[in-house]
Ligand binder design. Structure first.
Ligand code: DAH
Length: 340
């Protein structure tokens, strides 16, 4: 018995000393001190031994177990320390190995251009205003000089959100004009970029959800020349060069006079697909704020005047990146989005 104990001790300690990793130590633990291991076997054999030997063997087996457990712990600590040391010294690290690829997301082109537009207007002293996407009919239409039965509503059919048609998905960012007049004291300059919604046939240039940027400036003696100068300045920054603009009369109930502002086609001199061979591209609706609208916003039209404009953000992005279908923006197709 004495021999078997000694033999087990030698074998176990040798295996521990030569263990190269924690896995090997676990195997020693399993073979010697685990259930069914050598120590357990020795202990199990005690009842069959002559009574005089039993005490010594029991004691020896338990001491052996303690010794092996301690040796395993010590070796484990040494292995771990060596591993830390190796990492520290850089051994086994190959700096020429390619790293794990990091997949990066990117901003949606609409977000990028919106931020760029915001920066340009901020640099001209504008504030950024915001309003709800589910808007009161009163703000989306009535206070903008579009009464309940006004025919211009037909051009902006929307999604009515309640039984009495008091709440609508806003069809334009223009209601933010009213909300701004109600909260700011003139003089002020704001732009309000945002999502708008219309219930209409969809095609390459029409989508139920799209984006506009509204502009509103109110103060003393604000005139149409300020509007033209502002938009020209914006366009120069955005396109990186001067572009001629022209005003055509345009009807929008909330401005008087109202204009359609076109820009010279940024892509050609004598006609191309983008400008439909006219050399002009429609850019925005604009005009002098109608007195009724100033009044609806709580501003005295005998003291203040203002100009307003509204353009499509999607359009601007499409012009920048030569995108031919507005439906790409909300389509969620990664092959489109990953290009930006
Ligand atoms: N809200 C108009 C639309 O969606 C665009 C517009 C026209 C905005 C003239 C304006 C404006 O502020 O003055 O068609």
């Amino acid at each position: 018995m004495e021999d078997r104990l000694n033999q087990a001790r030698e074998e176990a300690l040798a295996r521990i000393a030569s263990a190269a990793d924690v896995e090997a130590l676990r195997a020693v633990d399993r073979d010697f001190v685990g259930k069914g291991g050598v120590v357990a076997e020795l202990l199990a054999s005690i009842p069959s031994l002559p009574p005089a030997e039993r005490g010594a063997v029991g004691k020896g087996a338990n001491l052996l177990k303690r010794e092996i457990v301690d040796a395993i712990a010590a070796r484990k600590a040494a292995l771990e320390a060596a591993e830390v040391e190796a990492l520290r010294s850089g051994a086994g690290f190959d700096p020429t190995m390619p790293g794990a690829p990091v997949t990066r997301g990117s901003l949606h082109p609409l977000t990028r251009v919106r931020r760029e537009v915001e920066d340009i207007f901020l640099s001209m002293g504008y504030q950024i205003a915001d309003g709800p996407e589910v808007e009161l009919d009163e703000y989306n239409f009535q206070k903008l000089n579009i009464p309940i039965d006004h025919p211009s509503r037909e051009m902006q059919d929307t999604f009515y959100c309640d039984a009495d048609h008091k709440l609508v998905m806003r069809t334009q960012t223009s209601p933010v004009q009213i909300r701004t007049m109600e909260t700011l004291k003139p003089p002020f300059r704001v732009i309000a970029p945002g999502r708008v919604f219309r219930n209409e046939e969809q095609d390459a240039t029409h989508e139920h959800t799209f984006h506009q940027v509204e502009g509103l400036v109110v103060g003393k003696d604000v005139a149409i020349g300020h509007l033209i100068g502002t938009l020209k300045g914006f366009l120069r920054e955005y396109f990186g060069r001067r572009l001629d603009v022209r005003l055509r009369p345009g009807y929008f109930p909330f401005v008087e006079p109202g204009y359609e502002l076109d820009i010279r086609c940024p892509f050609c001199e004598d006609g191309c697909r983008v400008c439909k061979h006219t050399t002009w591209v429609e850019f925005c609706g604009s005009g002098m704020v109608h007195p009724n609208v100033l009044r609806a916003g709580g501003i005295d039209p005998t003291k203040y005047t203002g100009f307003a404009f509204g353009f499509g953000l999607d359009r601007l992005v499409m012009l920048r990146h030569e995108i031919d279908d507005i439906r790409h923006f909300m389509g969620g197709d990664l092959r489109f989005l990953e290009q930006f």
